[in-house]
Ligand binder design. Structure first.
Ligand code: CAA
Length: 383
């Protein structure tokens, strides 16, 4: 067993860390306040290979693997969590097209995502009445001649207003449940694809989250990805990998909060000494660090399994569950350590608290992660 990242993983992590600390972190507060989508930053990150960390070099990716991706995601999230979620969804789309797409689809779309020519990719699965249970989706795709015609509504779509290409799921049969769902590639700006008003979110305010409506939205027949009826499986495959990304994002937010709380505990004095000298404060730091490190081990194990081509569904859900909940505990304690200063935006921890909150919700709630983990234990055994 080797806990040391290899040369490539170290290089990707260090490049992401440098970029996050020098370029992302200084502007994170202003982008959050003004809800500014990080356009220039995303292009620069593409130049660093961060829009396709685990995408083959043949399609413009870094080909650096999932462990490198997890390490990079944590660094970017520590600098700016809004930019990190945008990066996460773009990487997830690029990887999914590489897995499920035809050669033509890979050549046509993936290099645009990895190069930053497309500002982002989007993953349009959830609907107003189908979040935790995407098999209940209602969006329908009908075959008319050599076109597919999409009608329906999607909800909470990250980067929906900026995506050059979206992976969109729709029913292609009246059969209920997962079987009748297929997967399509829809280019941003396609006629009949209507982008709604951006959501006013609690956190991740510099990321873009919109509802989408498809009104007789025609796409060429070759934009079906995979086979008819295969879409649900591809959604699950993509989410397994995506959950490693969100675990890593949560970790980054938690780590940034721990670093801020540590600096504050050394600097702030009460009763004549730095508050870090009090056990009530220092034990909080100890618990935060221990939980975040445990979460990182879970995330890296899931990433390693994925990279090895071994099953990792349960491990990805365990990482996402534990990391997102540990991050939420960490940000809450960081605010507590800051006292009144933790509740105002002069210090970063109130933003970290707002940003961390969604990590137990998107890409599958904590309850869905428990369901996935429990099912796998009951099916495969507890080892
Ligand atoms: N890999 C491959 N195939 C899988 C799979 C996996 N991990 N999980 C399920 N499948 C397959 C099953 O084998 C089954 O196929 P067969 O019938 O051929 O055997 C089919 O998919 C249906 O599986 P289930 O019966 O298990 O499906 P279910 O309806 O019970 O749902 C679920 C399972 C895990 C609860 C799933 O619905 C789920 O993950 N829900 C949460 C959805 C989610 O995470 N949404 C996030 C939205 S995207 C987002 O948040 C992005 C963002 O903005 C940041």
């Amino acid at each position: 067993m080797d806990f040391k990242p290899n040369e490539i993983q170290t290089a990707v992590r260090d490049a992401a860390r440098r970029y996050a600390q020098e370029r992302l972190a200084p502007g994170a507060r202003e982008r959050d306040r003004n809800h500014t989508f990080p356009k220039a930053e995303l292009r620069e990150m593409a130049e660093l290979g961060l829009m396709g960390v685990n995408v083959p070099e043949a399609f413009g990716g870094a080909g650096a693997g999932t462990v490198a991706y997890s390490l990079a995601m944590t660094e970017i999230a520590a600098g700016c969590a809004s930019t990190a979620v945008t990066m996460a969804v773009t990487n997830m789309c690029a990887e999914l097209i590489c897995k499920a797409g035809s050669e033509e689809q890979k050549k046509r779309y993936v290099p645009h995502l990895t190069s930053g020519e497309y500002m982002a990719g989007a993953f349009a699965l959830s609907e107003p009445q189908a979040g935790s249970d995407p098999s209940a989706m209602a969006t329908f795709a009908e075959k008319r001649g050599n076109k597919w015609v999409l009608n329906g509504a999607k909800q909470w779509i990250t980067s929906g207003a900026y995506a050059g290409v979206m992976v969109v799921w729709a029913r292609t049969s009246r059969e209920p449940g997962a079987k009748g769902i297929s997967c399509f590639l829809v280019e941003g700006g396609t006629k009949g694809l209507l982008v709604g008003k951006a959501e006013e979110k609690m956190g991740l305010k510099a990321s873009n989250t919109v509802p989408l409506t498809f009104e007789d939205c025609e796409i060429p027949e070759e934009n079906l990805m995979g086979q008819v009826g295969e879409g649900f499986k591809w959604a699950m495959v993509a989410l397994d990998g995506g959950r490693i990304g969100i675990a890593s994002q949560a970790l980054g937010i938690g780590r940034a909060a721990l670093e801020a709380a540590t600096a504050y505990a050394k600097d702030r004095k009460a009763f004549g000494q730095p508050i870090g000298n009090f056990q009530g404060v220092s034990f909080k730091l100890a618990d935060m660090k221990t939980e975040l490190d445990a979460a990182q081990l879970l995330a890296l194990r899931a990433a390693w399994l994925k990279e090895e081509g071994r099953p990792f569904t349960r491990e990805a859900s365990m990482a996402k569950l534990f990391a997102s909940e540990a991050a939420n505990r960490a940000v809450s304690e960081a605010v507590q350590i800051h006292g009144g200063y933790g509740y105002v935006d002069e210090f970063p921890v109130e933003r970290h608290l707002r940003d961390a909150r969604v990590t137990t919700i998107y890409e599958g709630t904590s309850e869905i992660q428990r369901l996935v983990i429990a099912r796998e234990i009951l099916r495969e055994g507890a080892r």
